[in-house]
Design a protein around this ligand. Structure first.
Ligand code: XMP
Length: 524
């Protein structure tokens, strides 16, 4: 299998470069920038990409690279800092310029025959983010593109297959960035498309076997796609050395615990434990109304139950987790190649208890969410799980305003099931139309919220004094910002009448028409 190594010079989104390469069906992974030429040669990559980075090349602590890497005869493409380090290492010059360039820039391709820019327009928009610039290219190089403020927006030495750009082809704002990457991989390096998520399954299984040897592994199942994919990979890699623990806190949505059972229960090839901890969580949450306190209780109780189970299993050396790359960016706690012991999402403030330690297995820590979904498909997991919308770790507890009771949980689960049924159908219709999961016009996240109030209504001849349900449905890319979904009236009407007719104890439905900011997606 071909392989492209991305040398990470500290760009926040260096992983995005590897991802773009994988999107072009060529396997790629990140390595630290101080990798030696010998190590590179041993890894036998077909191409190298040098990422951007925040440093100034001449700064005393600026990341350097082993100059001998350029002597290996492997094609190299550098972006931003990657261009500057290439220039300086090979005898060119970089200067601090008066004026930095941030955001879109108008690029002019000046080297007409450049393989990098083949079949892209002479004038195009690219994304710049730099202060320093290459002012003198190394011997043997030519300038291949410029902007008004950047005299070396791209440079190349085709004989040695060395290419570099000051701008960032990996970001979507660079109009033809993907074409440039494809030109480099397929035309300059002569690679072919030989990788897909199924290939990753084999790689991950081999890596897990290698790491684990004959030791025991435990994995916590949450009902979500990340932990399920990790559990399935481990199951295939090490079989009975794995114990999957599903802590059922009673705060999952309707039918979700059954979904977990359907995948892992009754299998001969793995150990599966369903911990029925509903009563334990209910007791801890009784009369707790503060949202943060609820989260803390659920987080710490989850780990208590989980560690008790781990102790029962005994002799467990590894904890497998569904940490994905965006979790690492968010926690900001890890560098490429180094492994900290961050615990995911709502658990991440809870340290291992005294005397407990596990090594971590995190097979997804380089992948983005949609890549994990593709893996889920390759592993044959059901669509309902693979395309499951985001769901908070503390579950329905943060969708019940005020104290959590069994009565409120029962109402919310039923109402939420109707919301999901109707909006799943709505999204499926979008999928039919566009052929893309989450395609234009689909709703990103949707659920019911149960506020702590009652209001008057009339059903039949009876006056009611019952609960309202709040419908929340948002469009978003990444949950950082969101807008309320402009759902058709007939969809809203159907959801409303079904909830009131089918869920005892509810007599009213309201639709939350607030964006994020100023609101958040969840109510607590
Ligand atoms: P907010 O409510 O902050 O939520 O707009 C942003 C996204 O994060 C999800 N969310 C959580 N996910 N643990 C999680 O794993 C949590 O504690 C948690 N709280 C919110 C939320 O559903 C939305 O997609």
């Amino acid at each position: 299998m071909q392989k492209v190594l991305v040398l990470d010079f500290g760009a926040q989104y260096a992983q995005l470069i590897a991802r773009r390469v994988r999107d072009l069906n060529v396997y790629s992974e990140l390595v630290p920038c101080d990798i030696t030429a010998q190590q590179v040669a041993a890894a036998k990559p077909d191409a190298l990409i040098l990422s951007g980075g925040p440093a100034s090349v001449y700064a005393p602590d600026a990341p350097k690279m082993d100059p001998a890497i350029f002597e290996l005869g492997i094609p190299v493409l550098g972006f931003c800092y990657g261009q500057q380090i290439m220039a300086v290492t090979l005898g060119g010059r970089v200067d601090h310029t008066d004026k930095g360039e941030y955001g879109p820039a108008a690029l002019t391709v000046v080297e007409q025959g450049s393989a990098l820019f083949a079949e892209t327009p002479v004038k195009q928009t690219v994304w710049m983010s730099h202060r320093d610039s290459v002012v003198e290219v190394p011997e043997g190089f030519v300038v291949s593109a410029i902007t008004d403020t950047c005299s070396v927006a791209a440079m190349e030495c085709p004989e040695r297959r060395l290419y570099a750009t000051q701008f960032h082809p990996e970001v979507h704002h660079t109009e033809f960035g993907n074409d440039m990457l494809a030109n480099f991989l397929f035309d300059v390096c002569g690679l072919v498309r030989d990788w897909d998520p199924a290939g990753f399954v084999d790689l991950a299984i081999a890596a897990i076997r290698n790491q684990v040897g004959t030791d025991r592994v435990i994995v916590g199942l949450s009902g979500g796609v990340d932990s399920t994919v990790v559990a399935e990979l481990c199951a295939r890699a090490i079989g009975k050395q794995l114990t999957c623990v599903f802590v059922n806190h009673g705060l999952l949505r309707k039918d979700e615990p059954e979904g977990v059972e359907a995948i892992f229960g009754g299998r001969d090839d793995v150990n599966f434990v369903h911990v029925h901890a509903q009563d334990r969580f209910a007791a801890k949450l009784a009369e707790v109304t503060d949202p943060e306190q609820k989260r803390r209780i659920i987080g710490s109780e989850f780990w208590k139950v989980f560690f008790e189970e781990a102790q029962r299993v005994g002799g467990v050396k590894y904890l497998a987790q569904g940490t994905i790359y965006p979790d690492i960016i968010e926690s900001g706690s890890r560098k490429t190649g180094g492994k900290g012991s961050t615990i995911k999402s709502h658990h991440n403030l809870i340290p291992f208890p005294e005397g407990v330690s596990f090594d971590l297995i995190e097979p997804l820590d380089r992948l983005f969410k949609d890549e994990v979904r593709a893996l889920g498909v390759a592993l044959g997991l059901p669509d309902s799980l693979v395309y499951r919308q985001p769901f908070p770790g503390p579950g329905l507890a943060v969708r019940i305003i005020g104290a959590v009771t069994q009565e409120k949980l029962a109402i919310l689960k039923e109402a939420d099931a109707i919301v999901r049924e109707e909006l799943d159908a709505y999204n499926n219709a979008v999928f039919e139309r566009t052929g893309v999961h989450g395609g234009e016009g689909s709703v990103w996240q949707y659920f019911a919220v149960l506020p702590d109030i009652r209001s008057v209504g009339v059903m039949g001849d009876e006056r009611t004094y019952a609960r309202p349900i709040i419908l929340r449905a948002v469009e978003s890319q990444d949950a950082m910002t969101a807008d309320w979904a402009r759902l058709p009236y007939e969809v809203l009407a159907r959801i409303s009448s079904r909830i009131v007719a089918e869920v005892p104890g509810v007599n009213r439905v309201a639709y939350d028409i607030t964006s994020k900011p100023p609101a958040t997606i969840e109510w607590e």
